[in-house]
Structure formats: structure tokens, C-alpha cells
Design a protein around this ligand. Structure first.
Ligand code: FAD
Length: 429
């Protein structure tokens, strides 16, 4: 048996060496389980190590729990407005325990599906923390696993900022906020990326006094400037307070002193200022994918990286879509208007309020904006109900170089939000 490193040599004392595997994967999040499923379907012998729950952050503390709670919050909000639609509902109230219970049921159901897939594909799952010893050896539970290839998909954790270290009671991370037993009276959210914006919408929907503070000069700073401005307008209309170009100077007795001189006194603070890849030694020959790779920290990016690695299906990283959930959805891909010189592009923008379907649904907030260079769509920025689904249609055109002109030949159904895409093709200037 080859000893690949001094560390491996020292760890061999008192450990058993197990059978050989084609692939060893550390981390059972979207990156890890996608890689495991793909490899197993190719007939490879796979072992996957997960120290916590299968599904990773995405299923247990990220995408799925937040969107489940968000849905409850939206249902509550819509119920309050239902009389406008001729539906009278009396005594609408929130049972937050039930909201959380349902969130747990959803996670459990999806996790069971994952577990079944692992079983059916005969993938060995080791429920333990694992350590990479060399490019072919993983140690877990005092055993060494020899693997032809190792994929490290250990994910990321909430970023800790000096002065805003989580105490898990007042200063919360995105993990802590899922553990709340009841809704607070007021919350301050630091950071207005996707996580900050989504939680602001959730708390505000539930009637919590919500304030967001953002260091950049606009909310959602990674978005196209028109999207950021529209989010700010929506926040104003919805009563979500926010401060831009501001930061936290100090915290005293649960009072938050902001750099602009204002003082906020929330019941709790959510610090949502990004995530950092989980610490792991970089070992040559090991493939790092998903959040652990420190590139784009999104579940679909993690999944595509896994397919690229195992199935050798390439993907356009510059066409990775971003979605912020809530009402209306926010979705974008490609170039932003603020990054282009005026003579470089044409653009069109259609207001969602001009669409029949939007009027039917009472979901009239937002726009569909396309940026075009040499008749090819290079950027799409959407604030609209169903924005994520709309964006996917444009993404296919962008990926395969379908020109804006030839998209005009496509028949879009009526009444839909997607008619806004069709309309925008005729308004390019
Ligand atoms: C609040 C929130 C909302 C989000 N919403 C979205 C969204 O709507 N859409 C989207 O695309 N993305 C979203 N994300 C991001 C998404 O969750 C991540 O991009 C995705 O989970 C990354 O997948 P991954 O497989 O790389 O890592 P992870 O999902 O983090 O999985 C890594 C796994 O590795 C395990 N692990 C770590 N170290 C070891 C070890 N040494 N041994 C064994 N196991 C180990 C961990 O326990 C974990 O289960 C959200 C994130 C958060 C926090």
C-alpha cells in the first residue's frame, strides 16, 4: 500500500485500511451528492463522507428552508390582501411553530429522497468527519479509504466580521435565524446580498419591524443598477427600512450605532455579509468543487461543477444565473448596464404592469430588461413574478447564441409574463 505523505504515514498507525474505491467524495451537499450520483451511474464504486446531514447547507440551512419559510410568509401576506381579490378571510394569523414544523417536514422529505437515491445507487455513505491525507487517501473514523480520485465538496460557512462576531442570541448567522422559536418584534439585517434581501422580505411579510444596512451605495450591490434601484423602491413601498453606504460603528447594550449617526435598537441582528469556503488543506490532485472552491457560491453552480467533473459536460460560468426569491422575484444573468459604455449596446425595458397576466394576478411590480450587443443578448435583468423561469428562457438563447432577431420568430403564449420577453425584442434601442 503506498504511503503518500508523512501525515498519511503517521495516521496509518492504529487505523485500518479499507477496500478501494474509484471515487471518494467529502461533503454531501449539492456538489458532493451530484458528483456521487453521476459517478455511480457510470458504474463507479463511490464512497461519500458527510459529518452532518445529507443535502448540505442547501437542503438543511440554505435554499430549501429559507424558501419554505418565505412561502409561508407570502401566503400570510397574500391572505391579508385577499379581500382585494374578492376573497374574504377572517382572523388571519401566524403560527410560527407550524411554519417551522412544515419547514422541517419539507427538509425531511427531500432528505429521505436523497438517502433512497444513495441506497439505490449503492453508494457507501460514511457519516463522519473526513480528512484528506493524500490525493488518494481519506481518513474517517480511524479508517483509511483508498480512492482512485478524491473530490472535496466541503462547502462554506457564514463569514465572521470583526466586531460583529456571532453570539447566537443577539448577533445571529443565517444558521441561527432558522432556529428562532418565535418571531422578533424588530430585526436589523446587516448585508443586502441574496440572503439579506430574502430574510428582509420574510420578516417584513410576517409583520416584523425590519431594517437593512448595506455598506455599498445601493441595495443588492452585485445586481444591475436598475434592479438595485427597483429593490429600493419596493422596500420603501413595503415598509422595509434601509440604509445604504452605511455600516455598523459599534454595538452597546443591544443598541446599534450606524456610521451615518443613526441608532437602531432591534431585538435581534442577522449578520449576512457573505460566506467563506470551509477550511481545508489544498492537496494537489484533489478536485475542489462547490462552495469550497471559493468561486460562485450557489447550489446550481455547485451542481454544474459536479457534472463538469464527472460527466465532462462543460458549462458557461459567465452564464450562471442569480435569483433572489420573494415577491416579485429578482433574477439576472450576464452583463450589467453600469459596466457597459453607452455606445456598446442596445437595450429594451418592458414594464411588467403592461402585461395582461400581471394585471390578472395583481403582480404588476417590476420590469424585464435585455441588453444586446451585435444582435446577441448579453445581459438580462428581471424583477417580476416568475422571474427565475423567465430568465431560463433567455439563458437558453444566450447559451446557444440565438439572436434577438430570430427570437422574434418564437411564439410566446398569452397571457403570460414571458410575453414581456417577446415585447422587449421589438423595443430594442
Ligand atoms: C440562507 C441561505 C440561502 C441560500 N439560498 C440559495 C438559493 O436560493 N439558491 C442557491 O443556488 N444557493 C443558495 N444558497 C447557497 C447554497 O446553499 C450553496 O451554494 C450550496 O449549498 C453549496 O453546495 P456545496 O455542496 O458546495 O456545499 P454544502 O451544501 O455546504 O455542503 C457541504 C457539506 O460538506 C459537509 N462537510 C464539511 N466538511 C466535512 C468533512 N471534513 N467531513 C465530512 N463532511 C464534511 C458539510 O456538513 C456539508 O453537509 C443559500 C445559502 C444560504 C446560507
Amino acid at each position: 500500500m503506498p504511503l503518500e505523505s508523512p501525515l498519511a504515514e503517521s495516521l496509518y498507525q492504529g487505523v485500518n485500511t479499507l477496500e478501494n474505491f474509484d471515487i471518494g467524495i467529502i461533503g454531501g451537499g449539492p456538489a458532493g451528492y451530484t458528483a456521487a450520483f453521476s459517478a455511480a451511474k457510470q458504474g463507479k464504486k463511490v464512497v461519500l463522507f458527510e459529518k452532518d446531514f445529507l443535502g448540505g447547507v442547501c437542503l438543511n440551512r440554505g435554499c430549501i428552508p429559507t424558501k419554505t419559510i418565505l412561502h409561508s410568509s407570502e401566503l400570510y401576506r397574500q391572505s391579508l390582501k385577499s379581500a382585494d381579490f374578492g376573497v374574504n378571510i377572517e382572523n388571519v394569523s401566524i403560527d410560527y411553530n407550524k411554519v417551522i414544523e412544515r419547514k422541517n417536514v419539507v427538509i425531511e422529505r427531500l432528505r429521505k429522497g436523497l438517502e433512497l437515491a444513495f441506497k439505490n445507487l449503492k453508494i457507501q455513505v460514511v457519516n463522519s468527519e473526513a480528512k484528506i491525507l493524500s490525493k488518494n487517501e481519506i481518513e474517517a473514523n480511524g479508517e483509511i479509504y483508498n480512492c482512485g480520485q478524491i473530490i472535496c465538496a466541503v462547502g462554506s460557512s457564514p463569514r465572521v466580521v470583526k466586531g460583529l462576531e456571532f453570539d447566537h442570541e443577539f448577533l445571529l448567522s443565517s444558521d441561527d435565524v432558522l432556529e428562532l422559536k418565535k418571531l422578533p418584534k424588530g430585526i436589523l439585517i446587516i448585508g443586502s446580498g441574496a440572503i439579506g434581501i430574502e430574510w428582509a422580505r420574510i420578516f417584513n411579510n410576517f409583520g416584523v419591524d425590519t431594517t437593512v444596512v448595506e455598506l455599498a451605495s445601493n441595495l443588492l450591490p452585485l445586481a444591475d443598477i436598475d434592479v438595485s434601484k427597483r429593490v429600493e423602491r419596493i422596500f420603501k413601498t413595503e415598509g422595509i427600512k434601509f440604509y445604504t453606504a452605511s455600516t455598523v460603528d459599534k454595538i452597546e447594550d443591544k443598541k446599534i450605532f450606524l456610521s451615518n449617526g443613526d441608532v437602531v435598537e432591534p431585538e435581534i441582528v442577522l449578520v449576512a455579509v457573505g460566506r467563506k469556503p470551509n477550511e481545508t488543506e489544498k492537496i494537489e490532485g484533489v478536485k475542489y468543487i462547490g462552495d469550497a472552491a471559493g468561486e460562485i457560491q450557489l447550489a446550481h453552480y455547485a451542481i454544474k461543477q459536479a457534472y463538469e467533473e464527472i460527466e465532462k459536460i462543460p458549462f458557461r460560468k459567465d452564464l450562471t444565473p442569480s435569483v433572489v426569491y420573494g415577491s416579485p422575484e429578482i433574477a439576472w444573468v450576464g452583463k450589467r448596464e453600469q459596466d457597459l459604455a453607452p455606445e456598446e449596446y442596445k437595450k429594451s425595458s418592458v414594464l411588467v404592469s403592461s402585461l395582461g397576466k400581471a394585471q390578472c394576478d395583481g403582480e404588476t411590480e417590476g420590469f424585464i430588461k435585455l441588453l444586446v450587443q451585435k444582435d446577441k443578448i448579453v445581459g438580462a435583468h428581471i424583477v417580476s413574478s416568475e422571474a427565475s423561469a423567465l430568465l431560463e428562457q433567455i439563458l437558453i438563447a444566450m447559451q446557444f447564441g440565438i439572436s434577438a432577431e430570430s427570437l422574434k420568430e418564437v411564439c410566446f403564449p398569452h397571457p403570460t409574463y414571458s410575453e414581456g420577453i417577446f415585447e422587449s425584442l421589438f423595443r430594442m434601442k
